[in-house]
Design a protein around this ligand. Structure first.
Ligand SMILES: [Mg+2]
Length: 259
């Protein structure tokens, strides 16, 4: 099989949902692939835009599926946001996130009257008129808007639900501002992931099933990328693609032949 590049990478940024597991089951050969990459001494980070779960909760979920990964290798939008806030000197936040995620930010000073940032994540029924109007006023008074992710809706067995992004968009329009988005494909997300590895873009390869988040993010940061044909992948995404993956194997287990 053709090698992606003569340059051996030092690390992989691997998406979780649709790449390593799909619909509650590990993808074919995915557990063995992670074991192989670890044995070959590659640095690994596992990426997800899920913001309703902390890295600890995601770690427990991946272990239950049989993956040998460490909690500190999980890199989600919530964790990226924590790193970003830590990098900001003397700031305070007003959070619109659920309780488990708010506890994850316990080291960050909160200020519900005059914060520097308003942080939106998955908040479900917490997004009521009073809460949204309060955040709108904070933004009009100069707070900056941070969105953990910007998905507009999601599906459950009960039907479709408005997601965090719908409320981010509402506040952006009302307060005439633009949110800083923490999840994939934002440059902030991938830059923080690279910093956590202490690697340059040329040393790292992104692996994912979503051309619009994983591969676009990789291309923005000038990293090589692998688009797997599992999970969200659809063949028509390769006609006039929004980004060019370096390689398109049928599933993640082909990494063991490429590297
Ligand atoms: Mg995915």
């Amino acid at each position: 099989m053709q090698k992606i590049s003569p340059t051996r990478p030092k690390a992989f940024l691997i998406d979780l949902d649709g790449t390593l597991y799909f619909k509650g089951e590990p993808c074919l050969g995915a557990v063995e692939t992670v074991n192989y990459l670890r044995q070959e001494k590659y640095q690994l980070r596992f990426l997800t835009n899920t913001t309703a779960k902390t890295p600890k909760m995601l770690h427990a979920q991946m272990q239950a599926l049989g993956f040998d990964i460490y909690e500190n290798e999980i890199f989600n939008a919530t964790y990226a946001c924590l790193l970003y806030l830590r990098s900001q000197p003397e700031m305070s936040c007003h959070f619109m996130v659920d309780d488990a995620v708010k506890a994850f930010f316990k080291e960050i000073p909160t200020d519900d009257d005059a914060p520097d940032f308003v942080v939106l994540g998955d908040y479900g029924e917490g997004f009521d008129f009073h809460a949204l109007n309060h955040s709108f006023r904070l933004l009009m008074n100069g707070a900056e808007l941070i969105a953990l992710q910007k998905n507009l809706y999601w599906f459950s067995s009960e039907g479709m639900f408005l997601d965090c992004g719908a409320f981010v968009t509402l506040l952006e329009a009302a307060a005439n501002t633009t949110a800083k988005v923490m999840g994939k494909p934002s440059e902030t997300f991938f830059r923080l992931a690279l910093e956590s590895l202490q690697r340059s873009p040329s040393e790292v390869i992104v692996v994912g099933d979503d051309i619009t988040s994983d591969i676009v993010g990789a291309q923005t940061m000038k990293m090589r990328s692998i688009l797997v044909k599992t999970g969200k992948f659809k063949p028509n995404q390769l006609e006039n693609p929004v980004a060019e993956p370096t390689w398109v194997p049928k599933n993640v287990s082909e990494l063991t032949q490429l590297f």
